[in-house]
Design a binder for this molecule. Structure first.
Ligand code: PXG
Length: 287
């Protein structure tokens, strides 16, 4: 099924979808976005994604020219029209078309783009065997610079980290914050499991608060795991029984080696497997 694209009121196919070269989203990365999954035609946690989108926009002083209700209807309609049962939605709001200067006052109206397509980050064997990861030399941006809580179109530090991992021949990278604590992966949140307790860095500390992260915390508590949102350093990851990553695109995937150290048994552990199962059940349930 080909991707379906909606740009400022018009549907197109991939070959015909066009944006202006004067769009500040392209010129400056001036915009915000969401990545959202559809399971069995149902959009997973759309309201939470839209809350985050509108909060990100507020964080960068973009006034989205559509109410949340209208945006909900737009995304639902695009998914329906795509005909896809399982899909990945990329929803963007850019500053809009302006001139070649930074001044956002030259951009009269933010542009809205909604792409409905599919995504697969890893081949199936990575979900079965787990990922090999490395700490990236590039840290995430300081929370008082460009807050990592804002899902902005500026992904260069995360992409640099990803490239550093690719150059080193690993599957994924772990990024540190300015204080040396572990923050997140290139596009995923991270969890360590030690003695039946899940630990993950606190959202306020300067990471993106993932929708999948929130769902996994809820599922883990339902499954009677203790969950702690605490600052973690690499030592906590090296010595954990299990480690896994969460994200809309990646879903849940184990990390079995970090910086050359084998994590736990060197295979996806029981908590990772149980939470993956519970996550799939939650995402695909039909009610
Ligand atoms: N941290 C960052 C920096 C992200 O970009 C997540 C965490 C997970 O959040 P959700 O809400 O999805 O659970 C993300 C989102 C990719 C890719 O190709 C990943 C994201 C967005 C776009 C592309 O890996 N992850």
């Amino acid at each position: 099924m080909p991707p379906l694209i909606w740009i400022d009121g018009q549907y197109s196919d991939k070959a015909n979808a066009r944006v202006s070269v004067f769009d500040h989203g392209l010129l400056y990365g001036d915009g915000v976005f969401e990545g959202i999954r559809v399971y069995n035609r149902r959009i997973f946690r759309l309201a939470q994604h839209l809350d985050r989108l509108y909060a990100s926009a507020k964080g960068v002083w973009i006034d989205i020219p559509l109410s949340k209700d209208a945006m909900t209807r737009l995304v639902e309609e695009a998914v329906r029209k795509s005909g896809l049962e399982d899909a990945y939605i990329r929803l963007l709001v850019t500053r809009g078309v302006g001139d070649l200067g930074l001044d956002p006052r030259k951009c009269p109206k933010p542009s809205i783009i909604c792409i409905v397509d599919t995504i697969a980050l890893w081949p199936a064997d990575r979900y079965e065997k787990g990922l090999v990861a490395l700490t990236a030399p590039t840290p995430i941006s300081h929370r008082e610079s460009l807050s990592p809580r804002i899902k902005s179109l500026n992904y260069l530090s995360h992409i640099l980290a990803k490239v550093e991992g690719i150059a080193a021949g690993v599957d994924e990278v772990i990024m540190l914050d300015a204080g040396g604590y572990v923050a997140e992966a290139s596009g995923m949140n991270l969890f360590a499991v030690s003695n039946g307790t899940l630990k993950t860095p606190p959202a306020y500390a300067g990471i993106l608060r993932g929708v999948t992260r929130d769902a996994v915390i809820e599922l883990a508590r339902e499954a009677t795991y203790a969950v702690e949102e605490v600052p973690l350093n690499r030592y906590d990851l090296y010595t954990a029984d299990e480690m896994f990553l969460t994200g809309t695109a990646a879903e849940i995937v184990a990390v079995i080696k970090l910086d050359g150290r084998v994590i736990g048994s060197g295979a996806p552990g029981p908590a990772t497997k149980e939470l993956s199962k519970r996550f799939r059940a939650l995402a695909t349930r039909d009610d």
